[in-house]
Design a protein around this ligand. Structure first.
Ligand code: COA
Length: 382
């Protein structure tokens, strides 16, 4: 965008301020970006493609006001959701974001979408689905899709992996996970199942398995103190990975639910190993096989949760405590955590592999497909 400012002081001076892509994008830049998009050699992945679609629509037509496609029209609903999520973002901003995104894809040609996200995170760029802050020696990763109860999309899995990689390297002592809004997390975003591309269901399941394996591995290998601040109900994979955390603080409002058999699926996050170890085989079976939802107090009694706090004082009490912990000698904390966990690592990786293998098979089963359809038809709320 070129802004002309006229400064009159006896003589009239015309000052041209050239504001580059950081403040906006010209129609010409937008057109160039559109042409560059068609030159990309690698498929950037569904999440990125949806983002490109949404930004394009916002840039050219403004906010999404079209009727919402039906629940079973998975592809158009995903596109509609992506466009709608841009809310009232001005068209000029959308154009600018579109240009930047295409530019970054062109630059990254040859790299995967995960690499792209990691680079973006490392360079301080914004995550789409997370808020990541660093304060008082604590890196806080907030799951930030409150309208969808912080359900984890494919893109979000990649962003969490990237955020954990960053937190492992930064100067913080503790990494904290929490959720925006009234939920901690509603688990795997079930729309992930509807984004089937070339290769069909088998290939989609295989790709999903690779991502899940990598995701859980990021928790197993995380070298620093890992804390969950469970601010509300937690479902599915957000519960199962808790066995890999060092502390789990929960508000009394939180619940813990792993409804795998209800969904035709099976346990992940190493819970098939950590849960029986933490709470005993019988109680773990109630959760992992029979879908029993635990209250925060029950989860604490079983050892999955470290401590439960009244909802009214949850945030103040927990953060005061974490800030104090983060002042403890860094190396002592980190090395001691590694000592406690290192004997388990090999076993945990093997468990992760076995769980993923079974899940990939489950994801292609009729039982699973029927359960997902029921959810989107509004028949099956957990
Ligand atoms: N995947 C995809 N979308 C999800 C989701 C998930 N896991 N969890 C919530 N959402 C969406 C809902 O579809 C809804 O979207 P909409 O506003 O476009 O209709 C929105 O988030 C709000 O959820 P809603 O169901 O209206 O809130 P609620 O408080 O009544 O119920 C849950 C919350 C989590 C109990 C319910 O949404 C649910 O059962 N979700 C599925 C959880 C699940 O099966 N997770 C996988 C476990 S392995």
């Amino acid at each position: 965008m070129v802004v002309c400012v006229c400064v009159c002081g006896g003589v009239c001076v015309c000052v041209c301020v050239c504001v580059s892509a950081s403040a906006g994008a010209t129609v010409q830049q937008f057109e160039e970006a559109k042409s560059k998009l068609s030159t990309l050699k690698n498929d950037p992945g569904n999440e990125v493609k949806l983002r490109i679609y949404a930004l394009f629509k916002q840039a050219t037509q403004g906010p999404c006001n079209t009727p919402r496609p039906g629940m079973l029209d998975f592809v158009n609903k995903a596109k509609w959701d992506a466009w709608k999520s841009l809310g009232s973002t001005p068209q000029d901003d959308a154009r600018q974001q579109y240009c930047k995104l295409i530019e970054s894809l062109v630059e990254e040609e040859g790299g995967s979408s995960t690499q792209l996200t990691t680079k973006a995170a490392g360079s301080g760029a914004v995550y789409e689905t997370l808020l990541v802050t660093k304060e008082d020696n604590i890196t806080t990763i907030t799951l930030n899709r409150p309208a969808k109860k912080n359900a984890i999309t494919t893109g979000m899995y990649n962003e969490i992996i990237a955020a954990l990689e960053q937190a492992a390297k930064d100067e913080s002592v503790i990494a904290v996970f929490t959720g925006a809004g009234d939920f901690y997390c509603s688990g795997n975003d079930l729309t992930n199942f509807s984004k089937i591309q070339d290769g069909g269901v088998q290939e989609a399941a295989r790709r999903g398995g690779d991502l899940l394996r990598k995701y859980v591995k990021a928790y197993i290998d995380f070298p620093k103190l890992l804390v969950a601040v469970v601010n509300g109900p937690a479902v599915g994979v957000s519960v199962t990975v808790l066995g890999l955390f060092d502390l789990v603080y929960a508000t009394e409002r939180a619940t813990f639910h792993t409804p795998f058999s209800q969904l035709g699926q099976s346990a992940e996050g190493c819970s098939s190993y950590t849960f029986p170890k933490i709470m005993g085989a019988a109680k773990a079976s109630e959760m992992l096989l029979f879908n029993k939802k635990l209250t925060a107090v029950q989860a604490c009694e079983l050892g999955l949760v470290t401590e439960v706090f009244p909802d009214s004082s949850f945030q103040s009490e927990v953060w005061a405590r974490l800030k104090a912990y983060a002042k403890l000698p860094h190396n002592s904390l980190t090395l001691s955590k590694q000592l406690i966990r290192s004997g388990e690592k090999e076993r945990l990786h093997a468990v992760n592999n076995a769980e993923v293998e079974l899940l990939v098979e489950r994801w292609t089963s009729d039982e699973c497909l029927t359960a997902i359809m029921s959810f989107f038809q509004g028949k099956a709320k957990l």
